[in-house]
Ligand binder design. Structure first.
Ligand code: BEZ
Length: 159
């Protein structure tokens, strides 16, 4: 698994924009910027939709005020689902919704988790990280179900 001090691997995400689907590479998103990235097992799942993402929306301004250029969320879901999640949660325009549809980023970072027991196959573990110019400087991975280590309130303290 990737750890603090390492560079994020090159990966390409799909994201939904008002003009339609767009590819964004890790360089596009992270080069020269300070970004808070959090990962979730899936859009619209109860823990992600009711707790994890709302925490980042509530703390959106406070996180940006700490010198963060962007907040992004990633899941192993397709970009149509991520786009719908952005609209449904009011996160559109505030948080960058990144689709790692084939799980390439999940596998390259080692943050992938087998959620077959839930009928969900390969997904991302629940995590948060601070990425400075493409390098992970802080990484929090949830050790068990729940939103504690990767919650917005914790990353706010770590910024
Ligand atoms: C959740 O509620 O966030 C969740 C449900 C099943 C598997 C993983 C996450």
């Amino acid at each position: 698994m990737i750890s603090a001090g390492e560079k994020l691997p090159e990966a390409t995400f799909k994201t939904m924009t008002p003009e339609g689907a767009k590819d964004l590479t890790t360089s596009d998103i992270f080069s020269g910027k300070r970004v808070v990235l959090f990962g979730v097992p899936g859009a619209f799942t109860p823990g992600c939709s009711n707790t994890h993402l709302p925490g980042y929306l509530e703390n959106h301004e406070a996180i940006l005020a700490k010198g963060v250029d962007a907040i992004a969320v990633v899941a192993v879901n397709d970009h149509y689902v991520m786009g719908a999640w952005a609209k449904a949660t009011g996160g559109e325009g505030k948080i960058l919704f990144l689709a790692d549809g084939s799980g390439d980023f999940a596998k390259a970072t080692g943050l992938d988790g087998d959620m077959s027991q839930f009928g969900m196959g390969l997904r991302l573990k629940r995590f948060s990280m601070i990425v400075d110019d493409g390098k992970v400087t802080v990484l929090n991975v949830e050790p068990k179900p729940g939103v504690v280590e990767s919650a917005a309130a914790k990353i706010l303290e770590q910024l």
